[in-house]
Structures are given as structure tokens and as C-alpha cells.
Design a protein around this ligand. Structure first.
Ligand code: TYD
Length: 205
């Protein structure tokens, strides 16, 4: 299975992705790989440095880099793991590009949908949206210290990203599971995640 975790920075998806991968690996007959974007291939440190530091001038540069990152990540990690029959848990994927570069930056949606299709990027079996209000996300990332280029855009940008995620989840309800993560600790959120997956009939064996 290919499972992606999405949400604003500070939504808690990294913790949940780790917990979920551990949970999967403890289940009999399942082997799961945890990965994330941007990431998973040798060029990622350079890419992360360029994109996250906020030095790019042309509005499309950031989008090209995330698509390049995804292509290499798919070729090096995601597709080979799926071909071996492993579960892949991926923190951020194509929906991050739609939320951040389309809803956030205002680039056209169709281009990214078409590029993903033409590039044969695998489509997730299920995508979990860890939903928190923009205020909560910003408070949490501020507490972590140095904000990256996206976090420092502030409330209007984060609000647009969240609206993007909400619209995506509404438009494909069979793929998306939306979790309200505005209250409760990580165990509570993890419990809701397992329950929501069970209700959809995933991992019940
Ligand atoms: P990262 O430090 O990995 O953030 P986090 O751990 O909070 O997910 O930085 C990734 C940033 O890049 C994050 O703010 C979202 C953004 N991003 C995009 O804008 N488009 C994309 O396609 C992806 C994968 C990430």
C-alpha cells in the first residue's frame, strides 16, 4: 500500500508517520518503509537548502524543484519499494505541491496534474490530512525556532494552504481521510487515525 501524510507544517504529521510505520512493521506479514519529501535521493540536501532558504526569484523555480525531487524520489525509493511489495508511508507528496504551489502560490492546477500523470507518479491508495487551524500550525512552528521560507510567509499563506487541503480532501473523498488534530495529544490522534483506517477496511486482517 502507498500511504501519504499531508498537512500544514506543525500539524504533527511527522510524529504520526513514525508511529504508523512502527505500527505497520509490528503487524504480522507487513513491511513498511518511511520516507518523505523533499527527500529520498542524493540531491536532496542541495534542493532543500535552495528551496527552503527562500532565495529563489522566479515563481516557477520552486515548483520545478519539487517536481524534480518527486521524480527522483519515485524512481529511487517509492516505486522500487512498492514493486517489492512493501508498504510505503510518505510524508508529503504530490498533494503538497497542489496545496503549496497551486493554492499557496497561485500556479495552475492542471499543469501539475498532467505532469504527475505523464511522469507516471504512483497515486496513493490513501492520503491522511492532519488538519489543524493555521494559527495552531504557526504557533507550533514558531516554538521550534527558525521558520523556513514557507513558515515565514505567515497567516494568509498558511490559511490558503489549509483551504487547498480542505478542497482536495472534499474533491476525492474516497482517497482522503481528514483528521481533526486541533485537540488531543499524539496518542489520541493516532487512535483516530487507526479507527478511520479500520472504518475504510484498511489493515484489518
Ligand atoms: P520540511 O522541512 O520538510 O517541512 P515539514 O517537515 O514541516 O514537512 O520542508 C518542506 C516544506 O516544503 C514545507 O513547508 C512544505 C513545502 N513543500 C512544498 O511547498 N511543495 C512540495 O511539493 C513539497 C513536497 C513541500
Amino acid at each position: 500500500m502507498f500511504i501519504t501524510f499531508e498537512g500544514l507544517d506543525g500539524s504533527g504529521k511527522s510524529t504520526q508517520a513514525r508511529m504508523f510505520t512502527d505500527w505497520l512493521n509490528k503487524k504480522q506479514d507487513r513491511h513498511a518503509v518511511l520516507t518523505r519529501e523533499p527527500g529520498g535521493w542524493e540531491g536532496v540536501a542541495v534542493l532543500r537548502d535552495i528551496v527552503i532558504s527562500g532565495r529563489l526569484k522566479h515563481p516557477w523555480s520552486e515548483a520545478y524543484l519539487f517536481m524534480l525531487d518527486r521524480a527522483e524520489h519515485v524512481a529511487n525509493v517509492i516505486q522500487p519499494s512498492l514493486d517489492k511489495g512493501l508498504d510505503v508511508v510518505c510524508e508529503r507528496y504530490q498533494d503538497s505541491t497542489i496545496a503549496y504551489q497551486v493554492w499557496g502560490r497561485g500556479l495552475p492546477l492542471e499543469i501539475f496534474q498532467e505532469l504527475a500523470r505523464l511522469s507516471a507518479f504512483p497515486v496513493p491508495d490513501v492520503t491522511i490530512f492532519f488538519d489543524v487551524p493555521a494559527e495552531t500550525a504557526l504557533e507550533r512552528t514558531a516554538r521550534r525556532g527558525m521558520p523556513d521560507t514557507f513558515e515565514s510567509e505567515g497567516m494568509p499563506f498558511m490559511t490558503k494552504i489549509r483551504e487547498g487541503y480542505l478542497a482536495l480532501a472534499r474533491s476525492e473523498p474516497e482517497r482522503w481521510i481528514q483528521l481533526d488534530c486541533s485537540y488531543g495529544d499524539e496518542e489520541v490522534v493516532f487512535g483516530s487515525l487507526l479507527k478511520a483506517l479500520e472504518m475504510r477496511g484498511f489493515f484489518c486482517d
